[in-house]
Design a protein around this ligand. Structure first.
Ligand code: IMP
Length: 187
């Protein structure tokens, strides 16, 4: 088979890296830390679709009443292959309201090269929030290409493609309750 006709690799869920229980414990810890470091007056939690939807919904539900949380989502598309981003980002769905003067927490599923989050933060900064913090569930820190301020991180992971708990391969496996290594599959 020549290069042109070679089929793209197919992945399926492999070894469990973080169980449902481990994720839930860590998510609660993150929410407690964020709450302890957030002044009153309302926190706008911004999830990046689609990957952060499940993480955000668990994280936000661990946040205390006093934090006066509001939730919004952004949807962005980054150009590049399924497993790699180019850092060129297009906004598909913007926030519903103005963030000027607000305390904003951006919630992302995973940070890899950092290009996506870096672009997004630069864009949100121009809208003059009172504060802008980031919370990522997974950090592939060894692959970072641009410096990004990660204020809260769930787990640091090695360079491997992972799926589950919101993370997908080709749009699949986001629904898995645990986080797993993606395993090549011959079919
Ligand atoms: P970055 O711009 O390289 O930091 O890439 C961040 C985005 O790439 C994430 O929001 C994910 O959509 C995607 N991504 C990077 N690594 C993985 C992975 O291991 N599994 C699923 N998606 C990933």
């Amino acid at each position: 088979m020549d290069e042109k006709t070679k089929a793209a690799p197919v992945y399926r869920p492999g070894r469990v890296l973080f169980s449902e229980r481990e994720i839930s414990v860590r998510v609660r810890e993150l929410a407690e830390t964020i709450a302890a470091e957030t002044r009153g007056g309302g926190l706008l939690v911004v999830g990046i679709l689609n990957g952060a939807a499940i993480f955000l919904s668990d994280l936000a539900r661990c946040m205390p009443l006093e934090l006066d949380v509001q939730i919004d989502f952004m949807s962005i598309s980054s150009y590049g292959s399924a497993a790699q981003t180019s850092g060129t980002v297009r906004v598909l769905k913007d926030l519903g309201g103005d963030i000027a003067g607000r305390d904003v927490l951006v919630v992302e599923d995973i940070i890899d090269t950092g290009l996506t989050l870096s672009y997004l933060l630069d864009m949100l900064k121009t809208r003059r929030p009172a504060s802008l913090r980031t919370c990522v569930l997974l950090d592939k820190s060894a692959r970072r290409e641009v410096a990004v301020k990660v204020d809260y991180r769930g787990f640091t992971i090695p360079d491997a493609f992972v799926i589950g708990y919101g993370l997908d391969w080709a749009g699949k496996w986001r629904h898995l309750p645990d986080i797993r290594a993606a395993e090549p599959w011959a079919g």
